[in-house]
Design a binder for this molecule. Structure first.
Ligand SMILES: Cc1cc2nc3c(=O)[nH]c(=O)nc-3n(C[C@H](O)[C@H](O)[C@H](O)COP(=O)(O)O)c2cc1C
Ligand SMILES: [Mn+2]
Length: 470
């Protein structure tokens, strides 16, 4: 019971130096932790990085929590040594669905670690936290791995999502709630009702909770209940101090506050280095007036490098789950869905057991519906491992006839941060992209060449160590 960030850090540390490293020197909050993270990435290493000392704050920082599939598996409580991407993805999908969700468990404030320190009124000061600048051309310092909780005013159902938050002053912080996301829809409802929106930004929890908040779903999906499903236990919550919301009791830090106004041009954020590995441009954002900061006495600050694979990995399992469910509705024989890092969340690989001609394209259409930011879907047969990019490219090379199997849907909604997204004139930047389906499945109604696979009996009986000289 009571899974939290600390419990995960212990597990990562116990798994060894591939999974967990510590900085032995103090670091400046401007850029330095992420230079370390990028240097490790260049060496093909993606450990959790614990930084005990960040200049200007007494709070330690941790980054890289979900920098690899192995860490995602660890977050799901699986054995990191026997990691199979397909298994992790399947496990996440089944735990995220309604059948896996768990209601939250309310505990009294006196038992909630996140309420050990309470700062209100004049004591509120965001500068107490080691909030970093991640990239050279970023407009400033951003909370990058926090999730924001609000409540739908019509239904009372909580919503939680990860959004970037730029520090604007000691008690003012930006909230980049993209228009297509549920939090922005909820903000619109408050604006329509003429009411301020109470919110809480949560920083630092078990990564399964963070993954739940990064995962997409309809308005009405309660991410705190999804978090319980992924954790395998009810998420403990406590009443917030100054707003009418429940917040995770075992979080490290909570920033409570109010969004008083709709987006009216008063606030902007950006440029900010993003998951596309490009800078995103200046954009309008909401502004939040901070009413309280509550935290653990020995709080740890969770950060993330937005231009590192960990950003997309924080969303990947959720996108795979949404696309999988959408394809499954029309094609019960769907085997696996992968949203690869190389496609910065815009590419989806789907494997299916094809029954009749044309199903490859149907699977592609469904995957786009399930994961709307997609710009390319590749659909392959079930013998192709979608988690192995070389196999996917091989299927395209050997099973695709371009003018028969490639379909393009022009001028559909994509992601604002996609550097190729344009407006209707195609002359200015906007939300529009074109989507491509590559059906790389074999025809079912024609003979096709036979794939070479090793002889099964010999594969099982011949062990490398028995044959190769040491
Ligand atoms: C690390 C990370 C950072 C993100 N940053 C933003 C952001 O700045 N703005 C945004 O609208 N979505 C951002 N997202 C995506 C949302 O968290 C995600 O789409 C979520 O499902 C939105 O939830 P909602 O529809 O309930 O609002 C981010 C996701 C991750 C994993
Ligand atoms: Mn939501």
């Amino acid at each position: 019971m009571g899974k939290d960030l600390r419990q995960f850090l212990q597990a990562a540390r116990a798994a060894g130096p591939e999974f967990y490293v510590e900085s032995k020197k103090p670091l400046k909050p401007k850029l330095e932790p992420f230079i370390l993270q990028q240097k490790l990435l260049k060496e093909g290493r993606y450990p959790v990085i614990y930084c005990p000392e960040i200049e200007g704050s007494r709070i330690p920082l941790v980054t890289g929590l979900v920098g690899s599939y192995e860490l995602l598996g660890l977050a799901m409580g699986m054995d990191p040594r026997k990691m199979d991407k397909f298994e992790i993805s399947r496990e996440f999908t089944s735990r995220k669905m309604t059948a896996g969700t768990r209601p939250v468990k309310q505990i009294p404030a006196a038992q909630a670690p996140v309420r050990e320190v309470i700062l209100k009124g004049n004591d509120v000061d965001l500068n107490l936290l080691p909030i970093t600048q991640h990239h050279e051309r970023d407009s400033g310092r951003y909370v990058a791995a926090g999730f924001l909780i609000c409540k739908n005013p019509d239904t009372g159902v909580p919503n939680a999502g990860i959004y970037r938050h730029e520090v604007k002053g000691k008690d003012i912080i930006g909230c980049d709630l993209a228009p297509a996301h549920n939090a922005a829809f909820i903000a619109g409802r408050y604006a329509a009702l003429g009411k301020p929106m109470e919110v809480a930004i949560v920083i630092g929890h078990h990564p399964a909770v963070v993954l739940a908040c990064g995962s997409e779903g309809p308005v009405g999906m309660n991410e705190l209940e999804v978090a319980g499903g992924l954790l395998g236990e009810q998420l403990e919550v406590v009443d917030a101090e100054t707003v009418d919301l429940q917040v995770p009791a075992r979080a490290e830090i909570v920033i409570e506050g109010v969004i008083d106004r709709p987006i009216d041009g008063t606030g902007t954020d950006g440029p900010f280095g993003e998951y596309t590995w490009y800078y995103g441009e200046v954009a309008p954002c909401f502004l939040m007036r901070v009413t309280a900061i509550t935290m653990r006495r020995d709080a740890i600050y969770h950060d993330l490098d937005p231009a590192h694979p960990e950003h997309n990995l924080a969303g990947a399992l959720g996108w795979e789950a949404s696309a999988f469910e959408a394809v499954k509705k029309v094609l019960p024989g769907v085997k696996a869905v992968h949203v690869p890092i190389s496609g910065v969340s815009y590419h989806v690989y789907v494997s299916i057991k094809k029954r009749v001609p044309g199903e490859g394209k149907i699977a592609g259409i469904a995957a786009i519906a399930g994961h709307p930011r997609t710009t390319m879907v590749v659909v392959v047969d079930e013998d192709v491992d979608v988690f192995n990019e070389r196999e996917v490219m091989w299927a395209i090379a050997t099973r695709t006839v371009a003018d028969r199997d490639v379909s393009i849907i022009s001028n559909t909604t994509g992601q604002r941060l996609n550097p190729s997204a344009h407006d209707e004139t195609r002359l200015k930047r906007g939300y529009m992209v074109s989507k491509m389906i590559i059906d790389a499945t074999m025809p079912v109604d024609l003979p096709f060449s036979t794939r070479i696979t090793p002889n099964k009996e010999l594969w099982q009986s011949m062990r490398l160590e028995d044959y190769l000289k040491k």
